[in-house]
Design a binder for this molecule. Structure first.
Ligand code: XMP
Length: 510
């Protein structure tokens, strides 16, 4: 399969480069900056793009790529930091000059070059850099410059190196997509025939080849990614895939039954494991959010491990890892990474279980996973399911977690989502859920005083969960929801609405 490797040096636009290539029907793989050259060679790329990044190449601990990568027999395009890296590693000089910082849209003048074929001589591009290439390496030539005479593009055609100081992947760069097209079609000679239909077919064949006749196990959560991954592998190997669905007792109203029914309809071989008592016992009296997350993460691995061990002869562990997960983990260990929340996933399982890892969705974005789900007939309830955190209601039941409080939360959450559906709003909201707060307040019902729980309504719109805007739900709908929750859910006498975006808040409350 033709592909372009994108080496991620920490740019906020790395995913966008991949996105643009997808739009051009080109398969791309994002790899972290510290990738070994052998891994790239194994993929036999048609071209390599080195992304931008926040570092300055002259700093001692700046991101560096392995020099062997620059010797690979395919064209290499460096964007911003990537261009500066190529320059520095090829003997040029990069300067950090306060007088030459450029952020924002700038006009550049371009010269004759394959990468600028059929592009007007003057275009506006997005620059976002402090450093610039001050002295070209030997045998390089300038292909574009800014009005301040800063090198905005260079090339060394005998080595097949190209550099752009600006970002062709963003919309604010004029002819950006044409420049990327020139690189991938004219320079890398890609044909642009990749699409999700043929990806699905070739992935099914690939899974059949690499797993031979071996058994595969998979932990299902009801979420889109693991479900689509399992449905795809099931298409490839049938019953050789054995799934385990661990019910940690922290799912929403009727969710375990609904999810199991969908899996049966899909023809998956799934074992249901009710571990709810175990989880609730372990969580008794725990109120600290990170402690909750750690207990659930560890217990999940133990329960899944015990169940998987009962499956004789399994050689593979299937995981629903998707592209954004890979990129996030690729940058781990680099300075500046802080833990906001320890996400619950099954990382750590493959080593513990001594299994080979199968991740067929690793190169895809969420919306692409959804398209594949549709291609292989995964039911809409699963394909369009809103994200739900691994630790489930534990991070929405603030304060003490017990069966009684979970029951209150489940009912309130169900009413909230049901009313949004009735009002036709649910499908346009990224996530909507109820949160049970760790306070009680005084109320009056009939002639009696109450001292009951408070429910917060959280609904957000987002594209990727990295940032989110609180959803403007109309007041009549909110009124209906509030009345229904107070009337129908015993133990609740107050409903509040969360009107905070992310940042500064996060989507979940814990
Ligand atoms: P936050 O709360 O960090 O959440 O803004 C961002 C997105 O991630 C989901 N989330 C999780 N997903 N395991 C997951 O698989 C987790 O532990 C977890 N915690 C939060 C959250 O629902 C939102 O979509």
């Amino acid at each position: 399969m033709q592909n372009i490797i994108i080496i991620d040096c920490g740019s906020q636009f790395t995913q966008l480069i991949a996105r643009r290539l997808r739009e051009l029907k080109i398969h791309s793989v994002v790899l972290a900056w510290d990738v070994e050259p052998d891994k790239i060679s194994d993929l036999n790329p048609n071209g390599i793009i080195i992304s931008g990044g926040p570092d300055s190449v002259n700093e001692p601990d700046a991101i560096k790529i392995n020099p062997e990568i620059l010797k690979m027999p395919c064209p290499i395009l460096g964007i911003c930091y990537g261009m500066q890296l190529i320059a520095k590693m090829s003997g040029g000089q990069v300067a950090s000059n306060d007088n030459h910082k450029e952020y924002g849209v700038t006009q550049i003048q371009i010269k004759d070059s394959a990468i600028f074929q059929s592009i007007p001589a003057k275009i506006n591009v997005l620059m976002s850099h402090g450093d610039h290439v001050a002295n070209l390496p030997e045998d390089f030539r300038i292909t574009a410059s800014t009005e301040n005479n800063i090198t905005a593009g260079f090339e060394n055609t005998s080595k097949n190196f190209y550099g752009l100081q600006f970002h062709p992947e963003v919309n604010s760069t004029e002819f950006g997509i044409e420049i990327l097209k020139n690189f991938v079609f004219k320079i890398c000679l890609c044909s642009g025939d990749w699409d999700l239909e043929n990806f699905t077919e070739s992935t099914i064949r690939h899974i059949q080849e690499i797993t031979g006749g071996e058994k595969i196990i998979c932990g299902l959560s009801g979420g889109v990614d693991s479900s689509v991954a399992a449905a795809l592998v099931n298409k490839a190997v049938g019953d050789r895939l054995q799934c385990v669905f661990v019910d940690h007792g922290l799912m929403r109203l009727n969710e375990p039954e609904d999810v199991m029914n969908s899996y049966k309809d899909l023809g998956l071989n799934v074992k249901y494991v009710d571990a709810s008592e175990l989880f609730l016992k372990a969580l008794a009296g725990v109120t600290e959010p990170e402690k909750k997350r750690h207990i659930i993460g560890k217990l999940f691995i133990d329960v899944f491990d015990a169940e998987a061990n009962k499956i004789q002869g399994a050689k593979w562990l299937l995981q629903g890892t998707i592209y954004p997960d890979v990129i996030e983990s690729g940058m781990k260990g680099k300075k500046g990474a802080v833990t906001i929340k320890s996400h619950h996933n099954v990382g750590g399982l493959p080593e513990k279980m001594n299994l080979k890892l199968l991740e067929p969705l690793r190169d895809l974005f969420k919306d692409e996973v959804r398209v594949i789900g549709k291609i292989i007939n995964v039911p809409d309830e699963i394909v369009n399911r809103q994200p739900f955190p691994g630790p489930g209601l534990a991070v929405r039941c603030l304060g003490e977690i017990n069966e009684h409080r979970l029951d209150i939360l489940r009912k309130a959450d169900f009413i909230f989502r049901e009313e949004l559906q009735r009002a036709g709003l649910f499908k346009d909201i990224w996530q909507a859920f109820a949160v049970l707060l760790p306070v009680r307040t005084v109320g009056v019902m009939g002639d009696s005083r109450t001292y009951d729980e408070v429910v917060a309504l959280r609904a957000v719109n987002s594209k990727d969960a990295m940032t989110a805007e609180w959803s403007r739900i109309d007041l009549n709908t909110l009124d209906k929801i509030s009345k229904r929750i107070c009337n129908e859910v015993k133990g609740v006498n107050r409903v509040v609405v969360d009107i905070t975006s992310k940042p500064p808040a996060t989507i979940e409350w814990e």
